[in-house]
Ligand binder design. Structure first.
Ligand SMILES: [Ca+2]
Length: 124
């Protein structure tokens, strides 16, 4: 399986994961994913740790795909992904989440509107 396909497949689960786990549980899942890929000695995802751990996961990854992901997510330019950078990257890669930031938030119980409180992307 191609690495980017794997990531994209994973993203398909984001909305249902958030619905099921809540925002905090979802972040926890992202952190688990981060720990899966990080360099345990440095506590960040490096090119080497990404490549090695993807191989361990049985993923076929091209070097340029890994570099692309690292460059995309590396906000402070140190060449590695911190946990925060990884989470931000995952959110950015998921257009569904970015387009509908309020989709899965809970609504106050005192609302008097009769409109649907959970937006359905199919209707928009
Ligand atoms: Ca960084």
């Amino acid at each position: 399986m191609e690495f980017l396909d794997y990531i994209l497949d994973f993203e398909d689960y984001f909305p249902s994961m958030i619905a099921r786990l809540g925002a905090e549980g979802f972040i926890e899942e992202l952190c688990n994913g981060f720990r899966l890929l990080m360099d345990v000695n440095r506590g960040v995802i490096t090119f080497e740790s990404l490549k090695m751990n993807c191989l361990l996961l049985g993923l076929e990854v091209r070097d340029d795909e890994l570099l692309c992901m690292l460059m995309e997510g590396d906000l402070d330019g140190d060449g590695a992904l911190s946990q925060m950078e990884f989470c931000i990257l995952m959110f950015r890669l998921s257009p569904c989440l970015m387009d509908s930031p309020k989709m899965y938030t809970t609504t106050p119980t005192n609302t008097t509107t009769t409109t649907a409180t959970i937006a359905d992307p199919m209707l928009m």
